[in-house]
Write a protein that binds this ligand. Structure first.
Ligand code: SAH
Length: 370
């Protein structure tokens, strides 16, 4: 048993079964043993890889997206560039490099990183060490400064904890994490039933609700709407509301049991984009998308960008550009080490009301609810 397993098992033994939300929070953020507190999860030697780690094209296109948004804001002399969960700092480093082609934009920036992990903070410090731009770290979004802002979040919302509910005859029962007779973590159901607005569904159906993510989006949308700015969230997730659970644990690039060895694997869920969009709209912001990452990157010009990079590349580099283009933006295998991110991942933009349609969302703007 790991120290965190022992600690959680002792809590359950003392206080009874806990919500999945609490279990996931402890697994991710426990002060000493939480996954994001003690591991460097991302990269070939970590547990998973993310789009910015696949190729610099991804971050560069996001950098140009941010520059266009800054233009649409009226090219202000100061704008906060905020990133939520910046991982190893790769995305921000690529964004700032791409921003060099719009020097006025780059001069307007100060960078704010929201990061819960000390380990990743030091990686970010290393990645951004050579930049002549002020970088400030924040433990959570409540500490963000006021003022116009462009907010980026890649694979951030999937890491936030969720609750599960199962439909019983008499209503919805929250799924809790308890201990079985062998002392292992197992799922059980809360005895009391709750009423949830989930429509007419079959007994036994499971509903996954990301209240933490919705609350966070609500705060961010309020910020973006009142301070004037825009947010871009990219993540794996679904574009239409669905029943069922998507909780997954990944360790060493392979799936494992989410209840086993908390803190040792990355727990995540597929992001409920309709719920995030609703939370943002309810907070008074305009919402665009979600569109698939494939379409979004195609609209931002990933194919011509890849061609330019290949012109100055040797054969191995050109092959790497092609492989990255395929993985990031072209339809392809849905599983395996080269699984395509094009359809599984989605992009969602949230802006102040009255803001022009952000790049990459043009053709969808017509079907966006007011
Ligand atoms: N955006 C990066 C990393 C994704 S991993 C990339 O694309 O490579 C998720 C990131 O979110 C990590 O940096 C993790 O430490 C951070 N994180 C997870 N939960 C968080 C929370 N509740 N508050 C702040 N940061 C969090």
């Amino acid at each position: 048993m790991t120290p965190l397993e022992q600690e959680i098992a002792a809590m359950i033994a003392q206080e009874g079964p806990m919500s999945l939300e609490r279990f996931m929070s402890l697994a991710a953020l426990h002060a000493q043993h939480g996954y994001y507190k003690s591991k460097v999860p991302i990269g070939v030697r970590g547990d998973f890889t993310t789009a910015p780690e696949i190729h610099q094209m991804f971050g560069e296109l996001i950098g140009l997206w941010a520059a266009e948004v800054w233009h649409a804001l009226g090219a202000p002399a100061h704008v906060h560039l905020i990133e939520l969960g910046p991982g190893r700092g790769t995305l921000m480093a690529d964004v700032l490099r791409a921003a060099r082609i719009v020097p006025e934009f780059r001069r307007a920036l100060d960078v704010h990183l929201v990061e819960a992990s000390e380990t990743l903070m030091s990686e970010q410090r290393r990645a951004l060490g050579g930049e002549d731009i002020s970088v400030t770290w924040h433990g959570d979004i409540e500490a963000l400064p006021s003022g116009q802002a462009i907010i980026l979040a890649n694979e951030f919302f999937d890491a936030l904890p969720v609750r599960h509910y199962m439909r019983g005859r008499d209503g919805w029962h929250e799924r809790l994490v308890g201990l079985n007779e062998r002392g292992e973590f197992c799922f059980g159901l809360a005895p009391g039933a709750e009423a949830l607005a989930a429509g007419d569904v079959q007994e036994g159906a499971i509903l996954e609700i990301g209240i933490v993510a919705q609350r966070m989006m609500s705060r961010l949308a309020d910020y973006v709407a009142s301070e004037c700015g825009a947010l871009l969230a990219i993540d794996y997730g679904y574009a239409e509301k669905q029943m069922g659970e998507t909780l997954q644990a990944v360790r060493g690039h392979a799936y494992t049991d989410p209840l086993q060895a908390p803190g040792e694997s990355d727990l995540s869920v597929h992001v409920d984009f309709p719920a995030l969009a609703n939370a943002a709209r309810a907070a008074g912001a305009s919402v665009y998308g979600p569109v698939t990452q494939g379409i979004f990157l195609a609209r931002l010009g990933i194919a011509p960008r890849a061609e330019v990079l290949k012109r100055n590349a040797d054969a191995a580099q050109a092959a790497a550009v092609d492989a990255a283009l395929a993985r990031l933006a072209l339809p392809g295998p849905v599983t395996g080490p080269n699984a395509s991110m094009a359809d599984l991942f989605k992009a969602l933009a949230v802006t102040a009301p009255g803001f022009p349609v952000p790049p990459g969302f043009e053709a969808d703007a017509a079907r966006v609810a007011p």
